[in-house]
Ligand binder design. Structure first.
Ligand SMILES: [Zn+2]
Ligand SMILES: [Zn+2]
Length: 132
């Protein structure tokens, strides 16, 4: 059986997991102010943003996201009282993903309860590009 899962891994490797069923995940590049602010919060924005200031994200349902190690490193912040919850690895400040505050809220046309976009690092973008 083909392994369709996409590896999630922070830069230092303490936090590990995967996104299952990537064929059900959507991909987009977000240029919004908040994503850029989040990248600046994490460190050098070039580590997260592309040349045009975009954030590469995978949107999927949380039940497809699984962590296998280092969940104690998972940290959460928000850019405002009504902003998205933005998750990152506290050990090395690798962005992990975003979730809406209201778990019943659905962003896109989907029957899934939540759509947390996975923020990709430059290395993950390359891994995805190399995938068949
Ligand atoms: Zn780490
Ligand atoms: Zn954004």
């Amino acid at each position: 059986m083909a392994d369709l899962s996409f590896p999630l891994r922070c830069a230092c490797g303490r936090l590990e997991g995967h996104v299952a069923a990537t064929h059900r995940a959507g991909r987009a590049i977000c240029y919004c102010h908040d994503c850029q602010a989040f990248a600046r919060f994490l460190g050098p924005p070039e580590a997260t943003l592309d040349a045009l200031g975009g954030t590469d994200i995978i949107a999927t349902a949380p039940r497809f996201v699984q962590f296998t190690a280092g969940t104690e490193q998972l940290q959460c912040m928000s850019l405002g009282p009504r902003g998205l919850l933005r998750w990152y690895a506290g050990c090395c400040r690798t962005p992990i993903g975003n979730t809406p505050r209201n778990p019943k809220l659905s962003y896109v046309e989907t029957d899934e309860p939540i759509v947390p976009p996975q923020v990709l690092t430059a290395a993950q973008r390359q891994a995805l590009r190399a995938a068949p």
